[in-house]
Write a protein that binds this ligand. Structure first.
Ligand code: V47
Length: 380
């Protein structure tokens, strides 16, 4: 395609976006062509971002809990996992989990993001018990826990249906599910990364079931390793199709691959330009998902700030005790203060809005920020 043809093709796509029409697989692949100026793609994504979310820059006050890193799976992109007998392996006690809940409460967290390894010797009841323990002791904190990969493992362990597992976890106190474990759905790539764990059908089916019983979930895509533009757009379209049917995804988070300490450590991590293009293309393709998150831990603070002009409207949270990216070489701080996070959103020209996990606005007591309440109205 020469430059004139490229401009004409881009104009066609711009017309579609301006008319609020859906983009196709070919449109998405075209937008990944490095010869299509990134800034133009970004401007288009920003149009959609502002149409959907105005000038909001959402964040939350949250913490991570990874109760164990011991895992039966050996995903090639993962630096966090450990073998059972490896000195790196750990498994938290109830007391340690309670201490984390207390720390979260003392820091005014509204959310705990709970994921971990699939421990060879821990039964489903242990994973359920952790949710119950936290919910009973800290009922105010929303527990966003266990990815579809874990739910799939619990099905295997209990020999019960997905629906039974999800309902049982919800009765223990689970509030919603994070979007991890999606990686890249296309089997050409998935089979190279993690052939043994929950397959694409299982991942999507678990999220469908969660949506059907009223559990909101998030969705992700791990990019920047062995996939190409076709695989990425195919992944986004599979998410878009499920969202058309259920409406249960609340946010999409593109996750940039960090190669250090993984079986793919010979690869280079994606550039900031690739990160911004993926953010923008995701915003443009996922016309039915309300929010796009620029996860600052993974992108770095500067790229996350820029992403707020390339389609993203959320930068995740203050984050405490994150291990998955830090084990894989992320050099971002371990945690940001509320003032820092607000400041970086303001610097990006957006209005900082504290949200809870399901995008309600959070109101804080100005004299004691550990005291908070939820505004019933959705944040948007
Ligand atoms: O599923 C693992 C990815 C995911 C690496 O739902 C890696 O709000 C890059 O899903 N380099 C877990 N990525 C993290 C996740 C997430 C993060 C923030 C918010 C939410 C949410 C979800 O991280 C895994 C995998 O796709 N991952 N290892 C790595 N070396």
């Amino acid at each position: 395609m020469n430059a004139t043809e490229r401009s004409a093709r881009f104009r066609e796509i711009r017309d579609k976006v301006e008319a609020d029409q859906r983009l196709s697989l070919d449109d998405g692949i075209f937008l990944y062509d490095p010869q299509v100026p990134l800034q133009a793609v970004g401007e288009l994504a920003n149009l959609v971002r502002e149409r959907k979310n105005g000038n909001a820059g959402y964040f939350n006050i949250n913490t991570h809990l990874n109760p164990t890193n011991v895992c039966v799976y050996r995903c090639r992109f993962c630096a966090f996992r450990s073998d059972l007998r490896d000195p790196k392996g750990y498994t938290m006690s109830d007391e340690q989990v309670i201490a984390r809940g207390q720390e979260a409460t003392d820091n005014g967290c509204t959310e705990m993001h709970i994921v971990g390894g699939l421990h060879h010797q821990k039964p489903y009841q242990w994973y359920r018990h952790l949710i119950e323990l936290l919910h009973e002791n800290f009922p105010q904190i929303h527990l966003k826990g266990w990815t579809a990969v874990e739910i799939n493992w619990f099905e295997f362990q209990t020999k019960k249906s997905v629906r039974w597992v999800l309902e049982d976890l919800r009765s223990a106190g689970l509030g919603s599910m994070p979007g991890g474990g999606a990686e890249i759905f296309h089997p050409e790539v998935r089979d190279q990364l993690c052939e043994h764990k929950a397959n694409t059908h299982a991942w999507l089916d678990i999220h469908r079931n969660a949506h059907e019983i009223g559990l909101r979930t998030n969705c992700t895509m791990l990019y920047g390793h062995v996939e190409n533009a076709y695989h990425r757009i195919d992944h986004l379209l599979r998410l878009r199709e499920l969202q058309d049917q259920t409406g249960g995804f609340q946010v999409f988070i593109p996750l940039a691959f960090h190669p250090e300490n993984t079986k793919l450590s010979d690869l280079k991590k994606p550039s900031a330009l690739m990160d911004l293009r993926t953010m923008a293309v995701s915003r443009l393709m996922l016309d039915n998902i309300q929010h796009i998150k620029a996860y600052w831990i993974m992108l770095g603070i500067e790229t996350a700030q820029a992403a707020l002009a390339y389609g993203a409207d959320d930068i995740d949270g203050t984050v405490r005790h994150e291990l998955i990216y830090h084990d894989a070489g992320a050099t971002t701080p371990e945690c940001l203060s509320v003032d820092d996070i607000k400041q970086l959103i303001v610097e990006a020209g957006r209005d900082p809005i504290e949200r809870d996990t399901v995008y309600n606005r959070v109101r804080r007591d100005p004299n004691d920020y550990t005291q908070w309440s939820i505004e019933e109205m959705a944040a948007v």
